[in-house]
Design a protein around this ligand. Structure first.
Ligand SMILES: [Fe+2]
Ligand SMILES: [Fe+2]
Length: 191
């Protein structure tokens, strides 16, 4: 088995049996998004595809348990490092993958390598395409607690614009505007 297949199996092992389908669906969507972005890159030879695909499978391995206060990127980095060390991967590859995991939120730790930037951008593009905002808004309306869907959309768009090629941001800007209008309309109660 190679590192990609091992990372995939490890990711699935971190998901509880009774978990909703959401995270698995996100990873399957991510695989399609990443494939599309890779063929759209003008200079994809700078990307280590094995590293980026292993990073993709591990980037959300810290997601569960949900009730834990620790940021899933921090927990994911720790889990990914232990897993890769146990599998016998060398320190350089291990740290390169761990950086992809730790920086994928582009939050307190920023992505600095081509692979980590690609994962941060593709993670957000996957959200824009597969639209977790719909469920967030629905739950907000059902519970009467305003959702953070708009903030998530704005973060996603920020990372798409920061880390993906300009022609992709032009291509997907109608998605962004459509979701922004939709969320604002639904949350204002106008529709
Ligand atoms: Fe994540
Ligand atoms: Fe993700």
């Amino acid at each position: 088995m190679n590192i990609i297949e091992e990372a995939k199996q490890f990711f699935y092992s971190t998901i509880p049996e009774d978990a909703p389908i959401t995270l698995k669906a996100h990873l399957e969507g991510f695989g399609s998004t990443l494939g599309y972005v890779l063929i759209s890159l003008e200079n994809s030879s700078v990307i280590n595809e094995e590293l980026v695909r292993a990073g993709m499978w591990l980037h959300d391995c810290g997601h569960y348990p949900l009730e834990n206060e620790v940021d899933h990127a921090i927990r994911g980095e720790d889990r990914a490092r232990s897993f890769l060390k146990n599998q016998g991967y060398n320190a350089i590859l291990t740290e390169d993958v761990c950086h992809c995991v730790r920086a994928h939120r582009n939050n307190d730790v920023k992505p600095t390598t081509p692979e980590a930037k690609l994962i941060a951008g593709c993670d957000s593009l996957t959200h824009l395409i597969f639209a977790p905002y719909v469920d967030m808004v629905r739950i907000g309306l059902e519970t009467g607690v305003k959702s953070s869907a708009l903030e998530k959309l704005e973060r996603d768009w920020r990372d798409i614009c920061s880390f993906l090629p300009k022609d992709l941001t032009i291509q997907f800007s109608p998605h962004y505007r459509t979701w922004k209008n939709w969320i604002e309309l639904r949350e204002s109660g106008s529709n």
